[in-house]
Each structure stands twice: as C-alpha cells, then as structure tokens.
Design a protein around this ligand. Sequence first.
Ligand SMILES: NC(=O)c1ccc[n+]([C@@H]2O[C@H](COP(=O)([O-])OP(=O)(O)OC[C@H]3O[C@@H](n4cnc5c(N)ncnc54)[C@H](O)[C@@H]3O)[C@@H](O)[C@H]2O)c1
Length: 253
Amino acid sequence: MSKLLQDKTALVTGGGSGIGRAISMTMAREGAQVAVADFNEDFGRECVEMIVAAGGRAQFLKVDVTDEAQVKSMVEQTVAAFGRLDIACNNAAVSRGNGPIHQFTKEVFDQTLEMCLTNTWLCMKYEIEAMLGQGGGSIVNISSNASLKGQAFNTAYATAKSGVNILTKSSAAEYGDKGIRINAVSPGVIRTPGLEKYFEEQPKIAEGLKKAAVMKRLGEPEEIAEAVVFLGSDRASFITGQLLSVDGGGAVR
Ligand SMILES: NC(=O)c1ccc[n+]([C@@H]2O[C@H](COP(=O)([O-])OP(=O)(O)OC[C@H]3O[C@@H](n4cnc5c(N)ncnc54)[C@H](O)[C@@H]3O)[C@@H](O)[C@H]2O)c1
C-alpha cells in the first residue's frame, strides 16, 4: 500500500521541536520529503537526523519566519531542493507572556501578533505564490483552542490565533478555485517543551489547562501531527476553510 504522502514535498515551520517536530517526522514517515524550517539550529538539525535515521528524507532550513526576506528564501530553497511545494504547515509561534490588559505593554502585544499571526500570513504569501505557479497545494495552519472562546489573561495570544482562524477561512475562499486548500488545526493542551516552559512560568493557569480536555489528559504532539497529515494529504481533497480542534474534547467543555 502506498504511503499517504508518497512523492509529496512538504515544509514545516517551527519544525525542529514540539508539535512541529512530530509533524515533520510523521510527514516523512508517510513518504514526504520535508523541509524542516526553524530558527533553532540544534532542534532543526536533530529533527532532520531523526528523520534520516528512520529512513526518511528531510533537510534543515535555518529561518526566522517573522523576517520577510528569510521567509521568501525559505520557500525558494524548498522549491529548489524538492522541485515543488505540495504541503506547507505553518506551525511556528511563540507566546509572549500573560497578564491583564491594563498591565500589558503594547510592545509585547505587538510582538505576540508578529510571532503568532503576522508570521503565518507572511509564510502563506510566499507559499501560495509557489503553489499558484505549480497548479495547487495544501496549507495547514496551527491555531490554538485559546482562539475559540477567549482566554482570560492570554488576550494577545488568543487574539493572534483567532486571526489565524479567519486568515485560514478567508484565504481558503480566495484560492479554492486555484487548487489550493487551506485549513487549520487547533491543538488543545499538548505536551511539548514550549508548554512545559509555560507551565513553569504560569503555575496558576497550568492547573486549569491540565484539566481542559474531557478526556482528562494532555495531548501528545503526534496526535496533532496525524490531523495535519490528513488535512495536508489528497485524502482531504474536498476539505478547505476548516478549523479542526484536536483537543481531547477541550472545546466542548
Ligand atoms: N503545546 C500546546 O499545548 C499548544 C496548544 C495550542 C497551540 N499550540 C501551537 O502549536 C504550535 C507549536 O507549539 P509547541 O508547543 O510545539 O511550541 P514549542 O515552543 O515547543 O516549539 C516551537 C518551535 O518553533 C520554533 N519557532 C518559534 N518561532 C519561530 C520563528 N519565528 N521562526 C522559526 N522557528 C520558530 C522554535 O524554535 C521551536 O522549535 C504553535 O503554533 C503553538 O501556538 C501549542
């Protein structure tokens, strides 16, 4: 039986660790050639080594996806290396702290938008350009359940990720007739290095988040990766403009 992403080429931003690493590895396991883009060189190279050791094909790209010139070059390098870009997963994001709005600085609010929303838009701009030139492709953005109902003391991040949702839907409407499908996956609370750091910094918020899923456990990065691979693949050929929560039922609480 052929693999789900046989002969596909893929790009994963923030692909070096956490959810992005699981996405890169699962895509490679399913037969894709994967460009692992990350601003952390150690994480990125380690991920590529793990893919190659498992018999997959991958290459590392050192990129800060908040920088337009680097994003343009990231897409160009992927197409140059693999010949085309079939699937792009825009996963890289950094949350820049919590707190009530009246104690939050504009600087941190702006940085959060830049690192969670504007970067996604920037990546899409160049990914879509490449996909238009080859007759189609599939994009999967990583959102967050923080975007669904609002989240106290996490306004900037929740606002940025709700922007990712409407960016996904609006762009899906724009490019559906050009053969480009655009969807988003909304993780619940997933065990990653980023989350562990966040739990250390925000012990009170951590208590609530640990109980978020009706399945009463944290999610694993691989459980997000499976959904991304499906949405990115041809098996999801009539699905576009959707936001899929992978959250152990966190969104139905
Ligand atoms: N872990 C969770 O519970 C959770 C929940 C909801 C949403 N998410 C979302 O999932 C995605 C991945 O989260 P994670 O927990 O795996 O994070 P993480 O911090 O563990 O990993 C993020 C990776 O992205 C890279 N990265 C960050 N900003 C970058 C940039 N500007 N350019 C290039 N690389 C960059 C980091 O180096 C790192 O390798 C994010 O979009 C996050 O908002 C995570």
